[in-house]
Design a binder for this molecule. Structure first.
Ligand SMILES: [Zn+2]
Ligand SMILES: [Zn+2]
Length: 223
């Protein structure tokens, strides 16, 4: 696959991706949506290169290779929109043309840097999903929180109570009466039909609303 795909190919793939999201990927719509002029010749090239397929009824679909390319283009475009809106303070309506320019000059490495700079955004300013990159997956792995609400522990996973966070004083008192105070080791035993945690030797059943107010520092899985 060539490093840089021709602009009209990029625009056509982008149009198909966007229309597929809206479930409107027909040939007529592709012609209407695409910013570059789509010629019959271009369509044939896209089919020959196995990037798209065209059904009898005029439905256009991305094939695997086309989808991979389109995903990268869409990712660059929507990240560029975020960059223009968030970092440069432009209004979302003014971002479109600039984003189209930008998407062609963003190299893969630069795309990752911008994604990281922007905090790996999930959505563009139009609320359309930004396809994930390697950097996003990596960040999610590295930044796994160590303090979570107790209901987020996996069954069998242990932690120590870090703090209690309740807006109701009575509930805080109730929890501490149960012996649930910071520093206490807890292990999640069950989530259904009710939450059950083990604290020292005692098993305590807790309502969902209550267990969510107990924040624990994870210590791992023990048998
Ligand atoms: Zn957008
Ligand atoms: Zn990212």
């Amino acid at each position: 696959m060539p490093n840089r795909i021709p602009e009209e190919v990029a625009e056509a793939l982008e149009a198909v991706w966007t229309l597929e999201e809206k479930d409107q990927a027909t040939l007529d719509q592709v012609f209407a949506e695409s910013r570059a002029t789509i010629s019959d010749e271009l369509l044939r090239t896209l089919q020959d290169q196995k990037l798209i397929t065209l059904s009898e009824s005029g439905q256009v679909s991305l094939l695997d290779d086309g989808r991979v390319l389109a995903k990268q283009i869409i990712r660059r475009h929507r990240l560029a929109e975020r960059l223009i809106c968030d970092a440069m303070g432009s209004h979302v309506d003014d971002s479109e043309d600039a984003a189209c320019e930008f998407e062609h000059i963003l190299e893969p490495g630069l795309t990752e840097s911008i994604c990281t700079l922007l905090g790996h955004p999930r959505y563009c300013p139009h609320n359309k999903p930004i396809p994930e990159g390697d950097c996003c997956r990596q960040a999610r792995e590295e930044l796994k929180p160590i303090v979570v609400s107790c209901d987020q522990l996996r069954i069998g996973e242990s932690g120590r109570v870090a703090y209690l966070c309740s807006r109701e004083h009575a509930r805080l008192v109730k929890l501490s009466n149960l012996g649930i105070i910071p520093g206490l080791p807890v292990k999640l035993l069950q989530k259904w039909p009710s939450y059950v945690v083990q604290c020292d030797e005692t098993e305590i059943a807790l309502e969902a609303a209550v267990i969510r107010e107990i924040y624990v520092r994870k210590t791992g899985i023990k048998k």
